[in-house]
Design a protein around this ligand. Structure first.
Ligand code: RIB
Length: 278
């Protein structure tokens, strides 16, 4: 048969397959792909070299389209590899470089929600644990958090930051720096970081939330299996994966579509990790 048929595959790159946020995201991708008779090919790629080699691999294997959630993609890689090949793609977590289709989450509002919740509980001495070079969406998250404190007349300086990799190990490694800042509350830009912080604080004899409060971001399943249950900002990771896939498949079916934007809601989930200060 000389007729070339589409293999109906979607290449997916995520920065950390072990992070439960991305596991749910991938489940959502798989769900929407299956409904549309596509098959996802999934890679964990956390540095630019790995990312570029998987991208080239996927292009050679004639993936129909790509979902790239990998933090290390930069405009240069997008231009040189993707645009040249004319392959439809959707960038996730990188609003700055995504001129095309995108799944939008109001990260600024999410950061504000976390900050306002801490302010309502009278926390002023706050430490933010975040990656040093955050993806676009995470910088909006941090921006919203800072804005809310500013608006409350309690601006946060650079002293409020401790840098960490976006993982449990990163959070754990950041604990001594967090303790040195003597915060009443810690905001982490992902639940994975919060879980690492939990272990470190508890090992050092601190009780959450009596000694230090913690608020996370993502609402991964583990958030309700740690003690105390984590208060966090919920992101609909499964639906985000579904939406990304649907937008990409729409694009594959009609390349002429104007840019599609799908906005999904977030919400604060109050559990037990933030204490009310008087
Ligand atoms: O925990 C993973 C984080 O990376 C999520 O918050 C997601 O939005 C991505 O930026």
């Amino acid at each position: 048969n000389l007729i070339m048929k589409s293999a109906r595959t979607i290449g997916v790159l995520v920065p950390d397959i072990a992070n439960a946020f991305f596991s749910m995201f991938i489940k959502g991708i798989q769900d929407a792909a299956q409904k549309n008779k596509f098959v996802p090919i999934i890679f964990d790629a956390n540095d630019t070299k790995q990312l570029q080699s998987y991208l080239e691999e996927l292009i050679q294997r004639a993936a129909d389209g790509l979902i790239i959630a990998s933090a290390t993609i930069d405009r240069n890689a997008v231009d040189t590899i993707l645009k040249r090949n004319g392959i439809p793609y959707l960038l996730f977590d990188q609003n700055a470089v995504s001129e095309g289709d995108r799944v939008r989450i109001d990260d600024e509002a999410g950061g504000k929600m976390a900050a306002n919740y801490l302010l309502e509980h009278n926390h002023e001495r706050v430490t933010i644990v975040a990656p040093e070079n955050p993806t676009e969406n995470v910088s909006h998250r941090i921006g919203g958090f800072k804005q809310a404190f500013e608006k409350a007349g309690k601006p946060l300086s650079n002293e409020a930051f401790v840098y960490s990799e976006a993982s449990k190990a990163g959070g754990y490694a950041a604990v001594s720096q967090v303790i040195a800042k003597r915060p009443s509350a810690v905001f982490t830009t992902s639940d994975e970081i919060a879980i690492g912080i939990y272990r470190g604080l508890q090992e050092q004899g601190y009780t959450i939330p009596e000694d230090i409060s913690v608020i996370g971001y993502d609402d991964i399943d583990l958030a309700t299996y740690i003690t105390p249950k984590l208060t966090t900002v919920h992101q609909p990771a499964f639906e985000m994966g579904q939406a990304a896939t649907e937008l990409l498949i729409n694009r594959l079916n009609n390349r002429q579509l104007p840019p599609q934007i799908r906005e999904l809601p977030i919400r604060l989930v109050e559990r037990e990790s933030v204490r009310q200060l008087s």
